[in-house]
Write a protein that binds this ligand. Structure first.
Ligand code: GLN
Length: 482
């Protein structure tokens, strides 16, 4: 079995049994990254990785360390990493060397993981195809003419393409689940507040949440164990005990009630994607689960609500990038206004500017009530729909994305691109945890099944996903290599 097809659990065993060292694992991945044409990495931190791998090997030799000790991973370039460029996929931060570690970076360091590098993403995490990156589009390892999904497209491509054992991602409106789905890997967006946002470059603060992108649900549980927890540096982080997410993976799903929202199976959903998703649901029925049709009546408002709330928050968050304190600065500014204007005009890409303008407009005195306030009210209604649904069902299932990965360059207008997020946005608006797990193929491209759980039900979701992965082998498929 070659190294890059193995899970964290398998590699950890191999390290323990001295089948290979962390240095060897790291070299293997670095070589693959070097030979890859997926454009998944923005920065490869080879020297740092080798030093971390060496330190991990010393620890393992002493019989110390954790299950993640010496495991190589790819870090989304949205997490600050001390002394390492942290670009958020933007020209604005192309010269930004983070002076401190994000809490997630710190936690993964504490777990003795090996950071291979920082991975590509849509600029400031705005996008669904990874075509908005200053560093160019990422290619889908299953078919390099296709998008990998976004915004954590580099993360998904790195894991699916065997360039790292796991990756970090962030999900504001679907950016862990959608690329996980389109690249055929497992992705988990935790409950809002579960993972610290400190040092994670903010897109929309009330929606952003970090999570693991892995080959299996078991691996996702292992990584979430390291990432989750209260952080006094993040005022929205929840003071909630962290269970051992690997502890309940083997619970039976017999008697589980699955809710299928009728709104998630309506017009716009590709037939073949629907078939694969329903086949997965049938698999759960065979395992003893029951299925119930439910309704999330306000989900039709998820796209308009999200595309007001997220731009409003980003217009405020990105105002700190002004060419003065850090980041890109234009050449020879005439005066202060010219400095702000040109630094921001030259530093931000088109989609980011579009959203800053929408947000600034929707928050302006004359329009605040009509747009932002209304969106907040609709957001509340969307959350209430879920609350009612979870009185009746244990988990909600449906598609992640209405289609499989589309052709690079094929979706040109922004509103059509926003439609890609139709099934993922609601979970963020409500703050609920969600997952994507591999559930089949259509035209040789992966299809993901989405699981949405109640607040703090990550253990349950991981358990459900793990049980599915014991019955199926979709998650073990790897793209063909030339
Ligand atoms: N596609 C959505 C957007 O463009 C979600 C992105 C994300 O989750 N970061 O905003």
């Amino acid at each position: 079995m070659s190294i890059h097809t193995q899970t964290i659990a398998q590699l950890a065993q191999g390290l323990k049994d001295k089948e290979f060292s962390s240095v060897e694992l790291t070299q293997h991945y670095l070589k693959r990254i070097q030979q890859s044409d997926l454009n998944a990495f923005i920065t490869v931190t080879d020297e740092l990785a080798m030093a971390q791998a060496q330190a991990a090997d010393e620890k393992i030799a002493k019989g110390a360390g954790s299950i993640l000790t010496g495991i190589p991973y790819a870090h989304k370039d949205i997490f600050c990493t001390q002394g390492v460029k942290t670009s958020a996929g933007s020209k604005m931060l192309d010269n930004f060397i983070a002076p401190y570690d994000a809490t997630v970076s710190h936690q993964l360091n504490q777990a003795d993981t090996v950071m291979l590098g920082k991975v590509n993403m849509d600029e400031f995490a705005m996008g669904s195809s990874n075509e908005n990156s200053f560093y160019g589009a990422v290619k889908n390892p299953w078919n390099t003419d296709k998008i990998p999904g976004g915004s954590s497209g580099g993360s998904a491509a790195a894991v699916a393409g065997g360039l790292s054992c796991f990756a970090t991602g962030t999900d504001t409106g679907g950016s862990i689940r959608q690329p996980a789905s389109l690249c055929g890997i497992t992705g988990l967006k935790p409950t809002y507040g579960r993972v610290s946002r400190y040092g994670m470059i903010a897109y929309a603060s009330s929606l952003d949440q970090a999570g693991p992108m892995t080959k299996t649900a078991e691996d996702a549980a292992i990584v979430l164990n390291a990432m989750a927890g209260f952080d006094e540096k993040d005022s929205t982080s929840a003071e909630q005990a962290v269970p051992d997410y690997t502890a309940n993976l083997n619970d039976s799903v017999k008697g589980l009630t699955i809710g299928l929202p009728k709104e998630f199976f309506s017009e716009g959903l590709d037939d073949e994607v629907a078939t694969q998703v329903m086949n997965a649901v049938k698999e759960f029925e065979a395992m003893g689960a029951t299925v119930k049709e439910i309704s999330l009546p306000n989900s039709a408002y998820a796209i308009p609500t999200y595309y007001i709330v997220a731009p409003c928050e980003c217009s405020s968050n990105l105002s700190r990038l002004d060419g003065v304190r850090y980041g890109y600065r234009c050449d020879n500014p005439k005066d202060l206004e010219d400095l702000y204007l040109r630094s921001r005009s030259e530093g931000f890409g088109a989609e980011v500017k579009r959203r800053i303008m929408i947000g600034a407009y929707a928050l302006s005195a004359g329009y605040y009530d009509a747009y932002y306030l209304k969106a907040q009210k609709t957001r509340h209604l969307i959350s209430e729909d879920f609350k009612k649904a979870f009185n009746e069902v244990d988990v909600i299932m449906g598609p992640v994305s209405p289609t499989t990965a589309f052709d690079l360059g094929s979706v040109k207008d922004p509103v059509s691109m926003y439609l890609a997020d139709i099934y993922t946005l609601s979970a963020n608006l409500a703050g609920l945890p969600g997952m994507s797990i591999p559930a089949g193929f259509s035209n040789k491209l992966p299809v993901g099944l989405q699981l949405i759980g109640n607040y703090w039900s990550e253990s349950k979701l991981l358990n459900i996903a793990h049980q599915f992965q014991l019955q199926t082998n979709w998650h073990q498929q790897m793209p063909q290599e030339n």
